[in-house]
Design a protein. Structure first.
Length: 284
């Protein structure tokens, strides 16, 4: 005997799909507008309400590729890559070591130190800006990449430390005990046992760190002064401010060029991102 099927369920499912598509269109509209406007003629970007251009105009990309302030565009890309890759390496190394110490090692003051670290998540970035700037200024490190990367190697991103701590706590302690019986110390246990099992958490940290560092505008604006050291977000502002007449085509082309690596990076690693966000430990 088959159970009756509710007649309202198909209609409810269709309504949810329609609502989801409507929200998706709203979220994707700015991205589609930027992509299509980047290849529009300059006189159509603001005056025309049509989404598609009357004809493709690639002059904005040629202008943007020449760079600004005597600095070629590839230099801005290189600077952003240096900052993003350096931030990824620093966060992965420092946060994983700190997470292992908080989750596995027993030492005096571990609880209060972990609480203080979590408490730093409540501090706004602007509260620490002035004292940090004074410290780096006294050390003559302004207009260098040290203020932007030093904190990444000192595990100052408490969010990623907390993420890895929760992951390590889900790993079986039997692995550590077996390694201790075989004569392994804390460093070998971390390097040969715990670190390989932290792969999902490390991937999640790497992806978010790369995207946040690539799109960071505020911190490089404070510490960098030379145009040849600017990353792409600062270069885009410089490009807009330096033009006496607003070249919207070149500005949007530069935006597309700065957005493309992040989109490609996310598409290439989205499966690993879902795996890292959904995995909380080992089972079985």
């Amino acid at each position: 005997m088959s159970l009756p099927v509710s007649s309202g369920r198909p209609g409810r499912t269709t309504l949810w799909h329609v609502c989801a598509l409507a929200v998706l269109c709203v979220l994707l509209y700015p991205l589609v507008w930027v992509l299509t406007s980047a290849v529009k003629p300059a006189d159509e970007i603001i005056s025309s309400l049509d989404m598609l251009p009357s004809h493709l105009d690639w002059s904005g990309f040629s202008t943007a590729s020449q760079g600004i302030a005597d600095v070629p565009a590839w230099r801005f890309f290189t600077n952003s890559l240096i900052l993003a890759i350096g931030a990824v390496i620093g966060n992965v190394l420092s946060c994983s070591i700190s997470a292992y110490a908080f989750a596995r090692l027993r030492f005096r003051g571990r609880g209060p130190m972990f609480a203080v670290m979590i408490g730093t998540l409540l501090l706004p970035q602007h509260l620490l800006l002035i004292p940090q700037y004074i410290i780096f200024q006294k050390a003559h490190l302004i207009d260098t990449y040290v203020p932007l990367l030093l904190g990444k190697f000192l595990a100052v991103d408490a969010f990623f430390v907390f993420l890895m701590v929760q992951f390590v706590r889900g790993l079986p302690r039997d692995l550590d005990e077996a390694a201790l019986i075989d004569g392994c110390g804390p460093f070998r246990i971390f390097g040969h046992i715990v670190l390989p099992l932290m792969r999902p958490a490390l991937i999640t940290t790497s992806i978010f760190t790369f995207i946040w560092s690539w799109n960071d505008f505020f911190t490089p604006l404070i510490y960098l002064q030379s145009p040849d050291k600017y990353p792409l977000p600062i270069a885009l502002r410089l490009f807009v401010d330096a033009t006496s007449t607003q070249d919207y085509g070149a500005m949007l082309a530069m935006s597309v060029m700065s957005l493309a690596p992040v989109v490609i990076f996310f598409i290439a690693f989205q499966r690993l991102l879902v795996e890292g966000a959904s995995t909380s430990g080992l089972k079985g």
